[in-house]
Design a protein around this ligand. Structure first.
Ligand SMILES: Cc1ncc(COP(=O)(O)O)c(C=O)c1O
Length: 454
């Protein structure tokens, strides 16, 4: 087996990492994972509060139920194109039926993809195909929020907020229209919740009117901003946005790539708000990150409008790969069979309580945003909370790096929200026990106490 140094040398010579800093050595070289723990090639073992780095290994690392199901399917049949001429495997049809049964409201049809980015792409293509099908092809614009994250392909990156940016990949796709997000701590209007009277949600109506509702196809939003800080909107936001989009006949896409599959303590994040979108995109937890996969849930209204006998042209070769589908089917069985949403809600309530009672009183912890829910929570590092100094991104990044390094020394891997050091997420796998969660919180708290206000 190669040593760490040999692997680093090979990495620098040959590997381009997603979102990687060119020329930088990989911090970790992972070897194995089991449940809530991961181990690097030097045998260092950490409690993973990130669920695989980006909030997806919901059922822990190397879940046996998924491994068994996939190896069985692998021996039977791995692949036949799900595309023309309308081929299907048994597992494909069974899974779409099972997934449709747990989708909210009248969402009853399913398109399978290989990732969340592709789910974003297909969701917007579906919206356009719908408008084309009902004779309004001029509805092509897509409204998305600042600081959102919807993926890494050109369209999904265009829908993503400027905190990620396009880099040298060119300009955003022009039909994307941006609206302010719901992060109260950085309110676009400089207002404070609840006196703001939900100016951010109301402004979406102005955007629609300004663009011309007859040109807008759909609006997409994460149920809670993930990459933008693991931030939940105020309770009123989703119901208001649902009402506005309905008023102008604009299709609403809920991006549940991070919040779906019990992450919030309910099966879907939108269930927290009693809102039913027209289209729901999902990935990540769909199969606990076991294999590349995603899906789009579509309402009866939309699917039934697609003209019969005409092609629906979304396609990539690996859509509905039988192994990926099998892993998702096995995961769905665990989510529903083991009542995972209830488990997450209980652990989440414990986490919220400790955040509120023990973290918030600290002089460097500051959080005024929405409600924290399930195992999808974060707090803000607020170095100027007691001194009144404005947010200093560089000083905050330094404090967060200190927190991460010290926690790691104590066996806890903390995550980060890209380009947004202000928020510290805690999003562990659902298999974490309350004792393990307490260890994470005790370690984090002890390091936070070492950080001085500025
Ligand atoms: C909310 C959200 N949507 C879409 C995506 C894109 O998913 P993927 O990386 O699987 O393409 C992500 C990925 O982080 C995400 O967090």
């Amino acid at each position: 087996m190669a040593t760490k140094q040999e692997l680093i040398k090979k990495d620098l010579a040959h590997v381009i990492h997603p979102f990687g800093m060119m020329g930088a050595e990989p911090t970790f070289i992972w070897d194995r994972g089991e449940g809530v723990y991961i181990q690097d090639i030097d045998g260092n073992r950490y409690l993973d509060t990130t669920s695989g780095g980006v909030h997806l290994c919901n059922l822990g690392h190397a879940p046996k139920a998924l491994a068994d199901a996939v190896s069985e399917q692998m021996a039977k049949m791995a692949y036949f194109s799900a595309g023309a001429p309308n081929a299907a495997t048994e597992v494909y049809i069974e899974y779409c039926t099972e997934l449709a049964a747990v989708l909210p409201g009248d969402l009853n049809h399913v398109y399978l993809t290989c990732s969340g980015s592709e789910a974003t792409e297909v969701a917007t293509q579906i919206a356009r195909h719908y408008w084309d099908s009902v004779g309004q092809p001029e509805r092509y614009k897509v409204i998305a929020l600042h600081r959102a994250y919807h993926g890494g392909t050109l369209l999904s990156r265009s829908l993503t907020g400027s905190h990620i940016g396009m880099g040298s990949f060119g300009r955003r796709i022009p039909e994307v229209v941006k609206a302010p997000n719901y992060y109260c701590q950085e309110c676009a209007f400089g207002l404070t919740y609840p006196a703001c009277d939900m100016a951010c949600a109301k402004y979406i109506e102005s955007v629609i009117i300004h663009e011309g509702p007859e040109t807008v196809s759909c609006m997409i939003a994460e149920v809670a901003m993930g990459n933008g800080g693991v931030i939940w909107p105020p309770d009123e936001w989703w119901p208001m946005v649902r009402k506005i989009t309905k008023k102008y006949d604009i299709l609403l896409i809920a991006d549940e790539v991070q919040t779906g599959f019990c992450r919030s303590g309910k099966f879907w994040g939108v269930d927290q708000f009693n809102v039913v979108p027209d289209i729901l995109s999902m990935a990540k937890g769909i199969n606990s990150g076991f294999l590349p996969f995603g899906a789009v849930g579509i309402s009866d209204k939309i699917a039934n409008a697609f003209p019969k006998g005409q092609p629906f042209k979304a396609y990539t070769t690996s859509d509905a790969n039988a192994l990926c589908v099998t892993s998702a089917r096995a995961a769905l069985k665990v989510y529903t069979g083991q009542k995972m949403a209830d488990r997450v809600a209980k652990l989440g309530a414990h986490l919220s309580k400790r955040f509120k009672n023990e973290f918030l009183p600290l002089p460097v912890v500051d959080d005024i945003t929405g409600k924290n829910r399930g195992l999808y929570q974060s707090f803000a590092i607020g170095l100027g909370k007691t001194t009144g100094k404005p947010y200093d991104m560089a000083a905050t990044a330094e404090a967060r790096n200190f927190l991460a390094a010290k926690a790691l020394e104590k066996g806890v891997l903390l995550g980060t929200c890209d380009g947004y050091p202000r928020r510290q997420p805690i999003c562990p796998p659902f298999v974490i026990t309350e004792e393990e969660l307490d260890k994470v919180l005790d370690v984090t708290l002890s390091v936070l106490k070492e950080i001085k206000p500025v």
